[in-house]
Ligand binder design. Structure first.
Ligand code: ATP
Ligand code: MG
Length: 235
């Protein structure tokens, strides 16, 4: 279960060619080796979310290259990119983006539907993920009845349904109190033990300074201004 992502000279513009053109990511070179927990920190607007979407191939760079396991994927046609994305990355969005009106279990199963998996085994896997995250009892509940922590764990289960080597989470503790944030960090530590790569963006000092975090990358104005890997002894 490995996947190595590299960004080389990556820039991302919004509103390119217009008076309000803006480089949200402005020249990032980054190697994200397989395994470990990396936190992307930086002030609001520094490009954290944009960088996460570039790493996870949800967005394409305006300039530069994104490589997955050494292969340049920046120019791949969308159907190929979508297939790679589905097997490689799981996303937990800041607002979780759960589908209202659908039960928790169906929300967890959603990213697996395009693969045409048979429903039975898929349901079983979704249920096992919910069990693992302590949410089995809520499997049939509608998502609008979930608490913030439950919605987050549903979003994590959904991100794991295709068993991706890389899990990306954008501001995962933004709506959680300290106890739930610590619970989230425990979940993340368990995923790291399984050999997954975790990439989180966070403003939260509790996340940035957590003992389980291996590396902190700091962004400002779309550039990396600091990149620290913690010595293993302090973890
Ligand atoms: N779709 C878009 N169209 C235009 N500008 C955008 C778009 N998405 C992001 N931006 C701009 O790019 C910059 C970087 O945004 P981004 O969301 O990556 O920052 P962030 O570090 O995640 O901020 P926050 O901490 O508030 O989530 C911001 O100035 C933002 O306004
Ligand atoms: Mg953001």
């Amino acid at each position: 279960m490995t996947a190595q992502v590299e960004l080389a000279g990556v820039r991302k513009a919004f509103n390119e060619g217009q008076p309000n053109a803006f480089w949200a990511v402005d020249g990032i070179d980054l190697s994200l080796p397989s395994g470990g927990i990396t936190v992307v920190a930086g002030p609001s607007g520094s490009g954290k979310t944009t960088m996460l979407t570039l790493v996870g191939c949800l967005a394409r760079p305006t300039e530069g290259r994104v490589r997955l396991d050494g292969r340049d994927i920046s120019g791949l046609p969308e159907p190929f990119l979508a297939a790679l994305r589905r097997r490689t990355f799981g996303f937990v969005f800041q607002r979780f983006n759960l589908i209202r009106g659908l039960p928790v279990l169906d929300n967890v199963m959603l990213p697996a539907y395009p693969l045409g998996s048979p429903r039975g085994p898929l349901r079983r896997r979704a249920f096992e993920l919910l069990e693992r995250l302590g949410l089995a009892h809520r499997a049939e509940a509608r998502v609008e009845s979930l608490s913030g922590g439950e919605a987050q764990r549903t979003a994590i289960a959904r991100a794991l349904i295709n068993d991706p080597p890389v899990l990306i989470a954008d501001e995962p503790t933004a709506n959680l109190d300290s106890a739930l944030s610590s619970a989230f960090l425990e979940i993340v530590a368990g995923l790291r033990e399984e050999g997954r790569t975790l990439l989180l963006s966070s403003h939260d000092p509790l996340v940035r300074e957590a003992a389980v975090v291996d590396r902190v990358i700091e962004l400002r104005d779309g550039r990396v201004i600091a990149d620290r890997t913690r010595p293993a002894a302090t973890r």
